[in-house]
Design a protein around this ligand. Structure first.
Ligand code: CA
Length: 220
C-alpha cells in the first residue's frame, strides 16, 4: 500500500514514514503544500496523510485541489490541538479522518490501515480470502489458521491482492501501489515474487491472466 505524507516538520514526517513503513506501507514524503498537491494529483496512492498548516499552499487547498482533480484516495488530516474549525474545514474539503497533534504514531498507523481497508470495501480488521486471512492491523497473513512465512515484499503484494481479491490487477497497478516514486520499478521481480507466493500459499489461488495481470481468485 502506497502512502503520501505531506508534513513540513521534518522530524514528525520521518517518524510517520518509519511507523507507516513498519505498518506495511510504502511512503512518499512532501515537505510543502505545492509538492504535496503535485504528487497527490499525479501519482497513485492508497492513502494520504496531510498536515493542514503547510508552507507553499495550505493543506485545505491541497485537499480541495486533489478532490477537484478526481483523486479519491482516503485522506487523514493532521490538525492542531483545539482547532475544531480546521477539522470541519478539512471534512468539508473531503478528508476521511483526522488526528490531533501531538498524536501517538501507533494511532495514526491504525487509522491509516483502517482507512485503506474501508476504501477497498472491507469493514472488518481481518479480511478473508478463501483459506487466507489478512490481519490488517498486525500485517499477518495466515492460511488455514497457520501464519505464512513471508518476506516484507511478499506480504505487500499478497496484502494488495487480498484487499482487491477477485479483480484482475495489472502489473502496472501492482507496481504503482508497491513502489514509492523514487524506486526503480521492476515487473520482473513482481513476477518472481508471485511465483514464490504461489508456492507458499498453494497453487490455484493466484491466477495469471496473460497480457492482463493477476487475480486472487476466492469466489467461483
Ligand atoms: Ca505544519
Amino acid at each position: 500500500m502506497r502512502c503520501l505524507i505531506v508534513e513540513d516538520d521534518p522530524t514528525l514526517s520521518s517518524q510517520l514514514a518509519a511507523a507507516l513503513r513498519d505498518g506495511g506501507f510504502t511512503c512518499d514524503v512532501a515537505a510543502d503544500g505545492r509538492q504535496g498537491e503535485f504528487l497527490g494529483s499525479t501519482e497513485t496512492y492508497d492513502l494520504a496523510i496531510l498536515d493542514l498548516g503547510l508552507p507553499g499552499m495550505p493543506g485545505i487547498e491541497v485537499l480541495t485541489r486533489w478532490r477537484e482533480g478526481g483523486a479519491t484516495m482516503p485522506v487523514l488530516i493532521l490538525t492542531a490541538r483545539g482547532d475544531w474549525t480546521d477539522k470541519v474545514a478539512g471534512f468539508r474539503a473531503g478528508a476521511d479522518d483526522y488526528a490531533v497533534k501531538p498524536f501517538r504514531l501507533e494511532e495514526v498507523v491504525i487509522r491509516a490501515q483502517t482507512l485503506v481497508r474501508r476504501a477497498a470495501g472491507h469493514a472488518q480488521a481481518v479480511i478473508k480470502a478463501g483459506p487466507l486471512r489478512l490481519d490488517t492491523q498486525l500485517g499477518i497473513i495466515t492460511r488455514n489458521g497457520l501464519a505464512l512465512r513471508l518476506t516484507a515484499f511478499e506480504t505487500r503484494i499478497l496484502a494488495y491482492l487480498i484487499h482487491h481479491q477477485n479483480r484482475v490487477i495489472s502489473r502496472s497497478e501492482l507496481s504503482d501501489h508497491l513502489y514509492d516514486a523514487a524506486a526503480d520499478r521492476d515487473f520482473k521481480s513482481i513476477e518472481v515474487v508471485i511465483g514464490r507466493l504461489r508456492k507458499k500459499i498453494g497453487e490455484g489461488l493466484i491466477e495469471t491472466r496473460r497480457g492482463e495481470g493477476y487475480v486472487l481468485r476466492t469466489a467461483a
